[in-house]
Design a protein around this ligand. Structure first.
Ligand SMILES: C[S@@+](CC[C@H](N)C(=O)[O-])C[C@H]1O[C@@H](n2cnc3c(N)ncnc32)[C@H](O)[C@@H]1O
Length: 271
């Protein structure tokens, strides 16, 4: 079920209280984006590498790419994409999240329902987080040849597109906001001892899956683009919020002790 405006209002009040009580430790507001993901960040954890992988795919399939973020919320991720793809747009069903909370709505976010509001073809469609009970895969599949989804294991709907004439090309794993929230909350907002925090770190997991789908004609181009992009040094060129990911034990290419098969952000290519 998509959430109600009362839930968002409640979350906003909690955020105000959090800001009031924790101004001394809420590190330059960066903690907020992981504790209040909808209001201050995104439901998936990303680095600059994710933005550049996605935008380089869009540029590989079109000279002047069009891009749509479906269910973009306040557009935290979309803002980063627009720095690389000036034509990028978002579609968001709820007008209330802007107007009832007095938040600015940029022109590049259109209020509309993905079930009937996608009115043209896009070079790439991004589906950041499909809520349980929401499924607009048919509409998306009809409006593009390249789809990128993120899926929070156990929380969001499995947004798979093989049944819609698409092939899965590649995937990678990142932490979800909840993984980071747990680490930050243990470290900064609990009375757990340092020893226990270190012990708990060993158990950390990462639950956000990124899938790249395309029509077969783009398969080789996309694979080649992703291979090229993985040669850049993403330990240096980062967003400000990435320092929290490093600090919490979710570095770029980190192998998690709880699951040595997972190397964060490593691209897995489908055969
Ligand atoms: C869980 S939030 C994710 C928001 C943002 N992508 C993020 O990661 O923070 C899902 C968003 O999808 C929007 N949404 C749900 N159903 C939709 C639909 N049919 N068309 C467009 N947006 C929709 C909701 O209003 C909500 O803002």
């Amino acid at each position: 079920m998509p959430f109600l405006i009362d839930d968002i209002n409640y979350a906003q009040k909690e955020l105000n209280t959090f800001r009031f009580r924790t101004s001394a430790i809420n590190d330059g507001s960066i903690h907020e984006r992981f504790i209040f993901p909808f209001l201050c960040g995104s439901y998936f954890t990303y680095r600059k590498v994710d933005v550049e992988r996605i935008t380089s795919i869009a540029k590989a399939v079109s000279k002047d790419p069009t891009y749509l973020d479906v269910g973009c919320g306040y557009g935290d991720f979309l803002e980063k994409i627009i720095q690389h793809l000036p034509n990028a747009e978002g579609i968001e069903k709820s007008a209330d999240i802007f107007f009832k909370l007095g938040r600015y709505k940029p022109d590049y976010i259109k209020i509309g329902d993905a079930y009937n509001g996608i009115d043209k073809k896009y070079d790439l469609i991004f589906v950041g987080w499909m809520e349980p009970g929401v499924d607009y895969r048919d509409r998306i599949a009809a409006s593009t040849d390249v789809i990128i989804t993120t899926l929070d294991q156990g929380l969001s709907l499995a947004a798979e597109f093989e049944g819609h004439g698409f092939e899965k090309i590649a995937s990678w794993i990142t932490p979800s906001w909840e993984d980071i929230n747990t680490e930050i909350t243990n470290k900064y907002y609990s009375k757990i001892s340092n020893g226990t925090i270190e012990l708990l770190k060993e158990l950390r997991g990462a639950h956000n899956l990124w899938y790249i789908y395309s029509k077969p004609k783009y398969k080789d181009t996309i694979k080649e683009t992703l291979r090229k992009s993985s040669k850049k040094d993403y330990n240096r060129d980062v967003y400000e919020h990435e320092k929290i990911l490093d600090e919490c034990g979710f570095s770029y290419n980190e192998v998690l002790p709880s699951n040595p098969d997972i190397c964060l952000w490593k691209i897995n290519f489908e055969e």
